[in-house]
Design a protein around this ligand. Structure first.
Ligand code: SAM
Length: 297
């Protein structure tokens, strides 16, 4: 437990896929005025230095954000969701060079709407990351709209659902579940908690990130999520991005997926447009490509 530190991986290909999906989903949900409860069950530290010791070691941002920035520089126009993602990153890097990277809690905090009374609830267990997260969120000065808790996000989530009604009476929630999968049991926990949440609050939007690795539990997870969504008669989108193997001996993660339950109806097409640019930009060798499937309901 606790050997995982997201700082080693910040801005890698998985973050690019995850954060483009997260922003595109939230932007769409915010087209309606009613407030939303946003929940990040595995929040991490919130902000990461891309020139610090941690990221240098993995240098994973090189095969993620930095390659995308390089490709973007030679394109006249980018798909809206990719441009939005790069704009959000640029916001933290006013001098041009990408040195600071906003994680999911900070990306969501940036989009919080004061007048709609959106709320952000963050969970993190790592003793160091919870302190960084608390400090980083305090700097954003969002007051009571943001709550940071050192608690197991898997256990905390069901208790928050259904969310409180917004001023207009509707109950709305978007959940990001992004565990480190350090322990094998995380895979089963994800599907069990999602099954429980779909009973408590079937209309919530749930975004689950998972690694694509040669492990039966990792293969099984998206299948299980698809079955749960179909059984609950919910629509879903499943997007994967594989950048291909690195140099000989590189054992780092080369592919991951996002499974979204109750996605915006525009999401599958938006992700296809985004991955048409992101996939080739990040591909190593021949890459392995990307895929976006949609179904249910
Ligand atoms: N969501 C973040 C982002 O996109 O910027 C990255 C999160 S990172 C992949 C996973 C985090 O979950 C780690 O910081 C880890 O310490 C934390 N963690 C692990 N088990 C947890 C649990 N049961 N509840 C809450 N946080 C946990």
């Amino acid at each position: 437990m606790f050997s995982y530190r997201h700082a080693f991986h910040a801005a890698n290909h998985a973050d690019v896929l995850k954060h483009i999906t997260l922003l595109a989903t939230l932007r769409h949900l915010q087209q309606k005025e009613a407030g939303i409860t946003l929940i990040d069950t595995h929040a991490g530290a919130g902000l990461y230095r891309l020139d610090g010791d941690y990221s240098q070691k993995g240098a994973e941002a090189q095969d993620g954000l930095f390659k995308l920035l390089e490709a973007a520089a030679s394109q006249d126009e980018l798909p809206e969701s990719v441009q939005d993602y790069l704009d959000q990153v640029a916001h933290f890097n006013p001098n041009g060079e990408a040195r600071v990277y906003p994680g999911s809690p900070v990306l969501m905090a940036q989009l919080l709407r004061y007048e709609a009374r959106d709320r952000l609830k963050l969970f993190e267990l790592h003793p160091t990351d919870i302190d960084s997260l608390t400090g980083n969120m305090a700097q954003l000065e969002l007051g009571r709209a943001v709550q940071v808790t050192r608690e197991d996000g898997f256990a905390a989530l069901p208790k928050l659902l259904p969310p409180p009604a917004s001023a207009s009476g509707s109950k709305r929630a978007m959940v990001l579940m992004d565990p480190s999968y350090e322990i094998k049991s995380d895979y089963a926990k994800v599907s069990n908690v999602i099954a429980d949440c779909l009973k408590r609050f079937p209309t919530g939007t749930y975004l689950v990130w998972y690694p694509i690795i040669p492990r039966p539990e990792a293969h099984e997870l998206p299948r299980r999520l698809r079955t749960l969504s179909n059984q609950a008669k919910r629509s879903w989108v499943h997007a994967t991005l594989a950048i291909g193997r690195g140099e000989e001996g590189d054992t780092g993660l080369s592919a991951s997926g996002m499974f979204i339950i109750n996605p915006p109806y525009t999401l599958a097409e938006q992700l296809r447009e985004a991955l048409k640019v992101v996939g080739p930009a990040l591909a190593r060798g021949n890459g392995k490509g990307w895929q976006v499937e949609a179904g249910g309901a």
